[in-house]
Design a protein around this ligand. Structure first.
Ligand code: PRP
Ligand code: URA
Length: 230
């Protein structure tokens, strides 16, 4: 049985990491999202249910992260009259999951924006050093002209997200946002220091990281929970 029992994620431990978060952090704490997140945290939830909830949450989070997508207008005729109506400008959006766990975010977001391009970056966290190891990269062309949304359920130390974004910047990406489900305060601060230009969207910032780099109270290993591995 775990010795960690905090359920109130609004405050860290007495000597824990600062909860003075940068303005670039957006906490999307809609009741529907928090309800689903609680179900996902529950260790008794099956992988099938975890995947379904992640897909549902990704739809809700996507609204916020895509709120300022560039718009244009087009001339249409309603049954009543002509009008100049708002429409998304171009097909310049690219969604990039950090494999593996980030792929759980993808289906829901693609339902909302089916014309988005999809890139992939594969990273895993070395369990001893907590440093990311890159094993895959495939991106659409003209990254410098696109709005890029990088998705991964977990921002723990932030080493993975920091490295992924560094790589995408090297490939030309400029307008970048990072979307996750759960963050640790340590990761939020490290990320803001490394990439102050990249806004972060998350459903919650938990208490702290444990000695193995897991978010507390967290939800465990997101990839293992999604795919039923260990
Ligand atoms: C998890 C998660 C993030 C990373 C977060 O991936 O999906 O990518 O850990 O940790 P960090 O912020 O400390 O870098 P993991 O390395 O377990 O790989 P997986 O998605 O293949 O399971
Ligand atoms: N990666 C996860 O999947 N979970 C954590 O708590 C930390 C990193």
């Amino acid at each position: 049985m775990s010795t960690e029992t905090p359920t109130d994620t609004s405050s860290g431990p007495a000597s824990g990491p600062s909860r003075n978060f940068p303005d670039s952090l957006h906490i999307v704490d809609h009741p529907l999202i928090l309800h689903k997140l609680t179900l996902m945290r529950d260790k008794n939830n099956s992988s099938a249910s975890f995947r379904t909830l992640l897909r549902e949450i990704s739809l809700l989070l996507a609204y916020e992260v895509l709120r300022d997508l560039p718009m244009t207008t087009m001339r249409i005729e309603t049954p009543i009259t002509e009008m100049e109506a708002p429409i998304l400008a171009g097909k310049k959006l690219v969604l990039i999951p950090i494999l593996r766990a980030g792929s759980g975010f993808l289906d829901g977001m693609l339902e909302l924006v089916p014309s988005a391009r999809v890139g992939h970056i594969g990273l895993f966290r070395d369990p001893k050093t907590l440093q990311p190891v890159e094993y895959f990269l495939k991106l659409p062309d003209n990254m410098e002209t696109r709005t890029t949304v990088i998705v991964d359920p977990m921002l723990a130390t932030a080493n993975s997200a920091i490295a992924a974004i560094q790589r995408l910047k090297e490939e030309g990406a400029k307008d970048i946002r990072f979307l996750c489900l759960l963050a640790a305060p340590e990761g939020v601060h490290a990320f803001a220091q490394a990439h102050p230009d990249v806004p972060v969207y998350t459903a919650a910032v938990d208490s702290h990281l444990n000695e193995k780099g897991y978010i507390v109270p967290g939800l465990g290993d997101a990839g293992d929970r999604i795919f039923g591995t260990k």
